[in-house]
Design a protein around this ligand. Structure first.
Ligand code: FES
Length: 145
């Protein structure tokens, strides 16, 4: 079988072209993926069991997971349940319950919220998002909206 010089040359050009294309893809594809990060899928769950009744006492707070975000469940000193998005409205630190002061506190910049979630001192610009709390049997269920 006799392969002409022109056919060999076009075959070589084809191989070099596809190799160069693969090399460019290997270089630019990771850069492209880095610049456009994947979407973070928020949990569609609209309610979650934040705790068992036996796990939280009056004047106590606990962090729970609500989808991909932290939530803060509080049982006030008189025994009422309250729940909030635990992400501080200043720079997204996680807030916590301060039992001795009976308020919600952000350790990052000393931000403070009252037990309705209202920002009362420090840099937080807005109140915390409040969730609905229902007790069903032994479960403390927190819901959005
Ligand atoms: S992040 Fe909470 S006060 Fe700054």
């Amino acid at each position: 079988m006799d392969v002409s010089r022109g056919e060999r040359r076009s075959f070589l050009n084809y191989m070099l072209g596809t190799g160069a294309l693969a090399t460019l893809g290997a270089i630019f594809y990771p850069m492209f993926r880095f610049m456009i990060p994947p979407r973070v899928v928020e949990s569609a769950a609209s309610s979650v069991v934040a705790a068992r009744v036996s796990e939280i006492r009056p004047n106590e707070g606990r962090i729970f997971k609500f989808g991909s975000r932290p939530g803060l469940l509080i049982q006030t000193a008189p025994g009422e349940y309250r729940a909030f998005n635990a992400t501080c409205t200043h720079l997204d630190c996680t807030v916590q319950y301060l039992a001795e002061e009976r308020l919600i506190w952000c350790a990052c910049h000393n931000g403070r919220y009252d037990l309705t979630g209202k920002n009362i001192s420090g840099p937080p610009p807005r109140p915390l998002e409040e969730f609905t709390v229902n007790v069903r049997g032994d479960e403390v269920v927190v819901s959005r909206g």
